[in-house]
Design a protein around this ligand. Structure first.
Ligand SMILES: NC(=O)C1=CN([C@@H]2O[C@H](COP(=O)(O)OP(=O)(O)OC[C@H]3O[C@@H](n4cnc5c(N)ncnc54)[C@H](OP(=O)(O)O)[C@@H]3O)[C@@H](O)[C@H]2O)C=CC1
Ligand SMILES: N[C@@H](CC=O)C(=O)O
Ligand code: NA
Length: 435
């Protein structure tokens, strides 16, 4: 049986998960591929000894030693971050090795260089684990939906943020405590700001948009807000409005321009995405031929992500064995067909909004606020003002009808400048039930 040798850089959460998947599924993979896929070498800066079940796997602390090893066919990068990950990936490609990575930060920022180098050197780059963890979303988009114009992408793409919001909503656990728990479970990024500020979701949306629309885009082109300003009180008010708060990635293809945004969103309880809990992700595509497709599964964690990395390794191993390397373009479109597209300015977005205004409880405040909103053509659907306080600000909560983002920004700047307003207004966009 032909053997394909894998070299793994980074034996952390996902790296050790991959090693366990390859060991546990060795026979199954042989039956399915006719190949022996062997983890031959691991490079990790801090590990001095491999766990006993991986006793026959060589260990080094120097990634260069693994990349330069002529025995290795596929180099798997699982250290995360931009550098030295990019150097390792580029050196592996230059050495004629195929590469698999779960590193969405790297691909969304440096993907152009990496895919161009891979094409020049005739090697493959697998990145299934970079979006949706264990969910086969990359393969579904690239191969299953190849006969569709993709009209929209919408989803929950960060397990940590969804885990935090779910436990805050269902169990009332404070933000910091749930974040620590997500870190202990290995869901969070090395810098968890990426998870809670929406940056990781923007990395993933950029990768999907490149593949869906054949466009050049990095996460820097995506309007991004996170969940760090969401307080338990917002979760309570969302419940009163019949919604749950989710961190959504939203992109719509308008032909000559495309929408791309990541932000906390109030999702009506009857919407499919409202029921996605914990570290689960759900990614919804609309294709012009197929209609709606929803992919659901664990978006983070050792074994699900290890399973996605293993799937890429098997794909590449099969291509090596059958002499069909490069059969499927990694980004779905031929490289020369990937072009620049205009991104819709955020100011042109229209949707209903939730505002939580912290104001001193004095007569006339509500009319001052409504006056400003009406001057900017923003009409209020409902208002909640709870209790009266002797001192300190109270929350005035409003749900608006559909309003233009640029008008909302101007109105909130005026509202926040009022003497009676004590803190910047919290704004959350609301998804409509049929979106
Ligand atoms: N965790 C998850 O659920 C998911 C993670 N990903 C992505 O997978 C990648 C890996 O994440 P994860 O496994 O969680 O990260 P971890 O931090 O758990 O693992 C990274 C490992 O790489 C080691 N390392 C760091 N620098 C080097 C180096 N220069 N040479 C060799 N080894 C090095 C680290 O050592 P040390 O700890 O000492 O720094 C650590 O053991 C990231 O790109 C992440 O975004 C994708 C999907 C899901
Ligand atoms: N930190 C990420 C890991 C997977 O991509 C997440 O929480 O989703
Ligand atoms: Na995936």
């Amino acid at each position: 049986m032909k053997e394909i040798r894998v070299g793994l850089i980074g034996f952390g959460t996902v790296g050790s998960g991959l090693a366990e998947v390859l060991l546990a599924q060795q026979e199954r993979l042989e039956k399915r591929s006719g190949l022996r896929i062997r983890l031959a070498k691991v490079a990790d800066i801090n590990i001095s000894e491999m766990p006993p079940q991986f006793g026959d796997v060589a260990l080094t602390n120097d990634a260069a030693d693994l990349i330069g090893d002529p025995e290795i066919d596929i180099v798997v990068e699982l250290i995360g971050g931009i550098q030295p990950a990019k150097t390792f990936v580029m050196n592996a490609i230059a050495a004629g090795k195929h590469v698999v990575t779960a590193n969405k930060a790297l691909l969304s920022q440096e993907g152009r260089d990496i895919f161009a180098a891979a094409a020049r050197h005739g090697v493959e780059v697998g990145f299934e684990a970079s979006v949706g963890g264990g969910i086969p979303v990359i393969k579904a988009l690239r191969e299953g939906l190849v006969a569709n114009k993709i009209l929209s992408i919408m989803g929950i793409m960060n397990g940590t943020a969804n885990y935090i919001l779910t436990r805050m909503t269902d169990e009332g656990i404070p933000f910091d405590e749930v974040l620590r728990d997500a870190q202990q479970q290995g869901f969070a990024e090395a810098d968890p700001t990426y998870d809670v500020e929406g940056i990781d979701t923007a990395h993933k949306l950029a990768i999907l948009m490149t593949m869906a629309y054949g466009m050049n885009i990095t996460h820097n082109d995506i309007a991004t807000e996170g969940i760090s300003r969401i307080e338990p009180v917002d979760i309570e008010f969302a419940r009163e409005f019949g919604c749950r708060i989710k961190l959504l990635a939203i992109s719509r293809n308008h032909g000559d321009h495309v929408e791309a945004r990541v932000h906390a969103t109030m999702v009506p309880e009857r919407h499919l995405l409202a029921s996605i809990s914990g570290a689960f992700n759900a990614i919804h595509f609309t294709g012009d031929m197929v209609g709606n497709v929803l992919l659901y599964g664990l978006g983070a964690g050792k074994m699900p992500t290890g399973s996605a990395v293993a799937a890429d390794i098997v794909d590449i191993a099969r291509n090596i064995a059958t002499g069909s390397v490069g059969r499927v373009p990694p980004l779905s479109y031929l490289p020369e067909e990937i072009s620049d597209r205009k991104i819709t300015p955020m100011e042109e977005l229209s949707c209903p909004y939730y505002f939580r205004i912290s104001a001193v409880d004095k007569p006339g405040v509500l009319s001052a606020v409504s006056g400003i909103l009406s001057q900017h053509d923003i009409s209020i659907e409902s208002v909640i003002q709870k209790g009266r306080k002797q001192s300190g600000p109270v929350s005035i909560v409003m749900r608006t009808h559909t309003a233009l983002e640029s008008s909302v920004s101007k109105a909130l700047a005026e509202i926040d400048a009022l003497d009676v307003v004590a803190a910047p207004t919290v704004k959350i966009r609301i998804l409509e039930e049929d979106e």
